[in-house]
Design a protein around this ligand. Sequence first.
Ligand code: ADP
Length: 252
Amino acid sequence: MSDSIIVIENLTKEYKGKGKQCVHAVKNVSLTVEKGDVFGILGASGAGKSTLLKCVNLLEKPTSGRVLLNGVSLSDLSEKELNLQRRKIGMIFQHFNLFSQCSVCENVAFPLKIAGVSRKEAKRRALVQLGYAGLADKADCYPSELSGGQKQRAAIARALVNEPEILLCDEATSALDSVTSLNILNLLKKINAELGLTILLITHELGVVKHICNKVAVMEDGRIAEQGTAAEILSNPSSDAAKKLVLSGGVK
Ligand code: ADP
C-alpha cells in the first residue's frame, strides 16, 4: 500500500495575459509524493516547475485539477483551514526571502508569531532550530551580515520552526557556489533522514537530483515528460526531455 503525502491530480495552470494571450504554464500534471521521499522536479527554465510548486501550497490557485495533502483536497478548504494545513508545509527559496530589518532569530521566530505563540516560547524554539541548522552563533545578526549559505541555513531554520511534514524547495541552491550548495544539500539530506521530512524540490541542476533525490519527475513545456526513481531515470532516461538533461549533465 502506498503512503502518499502529496497527490497532484490533473493540475493545469493558465496565466491570462494581456488581450487574448494565455500562458499554459502547467499542463495536466499528475504525480504522487510518498512520505519520506526526496522528490525532485527537474527541468529547464520556463518548464513550469516554479508554477507547479507554488500550486502545491496554493500560493498559486490551479486553473483546474487538485492537490491532496494527506488525502485532504486543499482547494476545498476555507481560508482558515487552508492556513492550518499550510503549517504542515515549510518552504525555502532561491533568494532566501529573509526580512532584512529583522535579526536572524526574529526571522526564524516569525511563523510562530503568526501562529500566536508567545514571544519567549517562539525565541526558544527559534534558537533550537538555529542550532540544528548550524547557525546558533548568528542568532542576533542581521541577514546582511550573513553569507549566502548562512542565509539559506536561516531560511531552513525558519521553514522548520513550525515542525512541518513537508519541505518545498524552490531552487534552494541555485544562488550558491558549488561547495556551499553541497553543504546545504547535505543539511537537507540530514533533515530528511533524521526528522523524516518529505522534501519536494525543483531544480534545473542534475547534480542536485543525483545528490539527494530518490524520485524525480522531468518537466518540459508544462508537462511531465517522465517520472520514476532517480536511479532509473539517471541511468536509463527514456523521454527525449530526460535524455537531453541527463546527457548534457543538466542545464545551467
Ligand atoms: P520554471 O520554474 O520551470 O522556470 P515557471 O513556472 O516560472 O517555469 O514558468 C512557466 C511559464 O509560465 C513561463 O512561460 C513563464 O513565463 C510563465 N509564467 C510564470 N509565472 C507567470 C505569471 N505570474 N504570469 C504570467 N506568466 C507566468
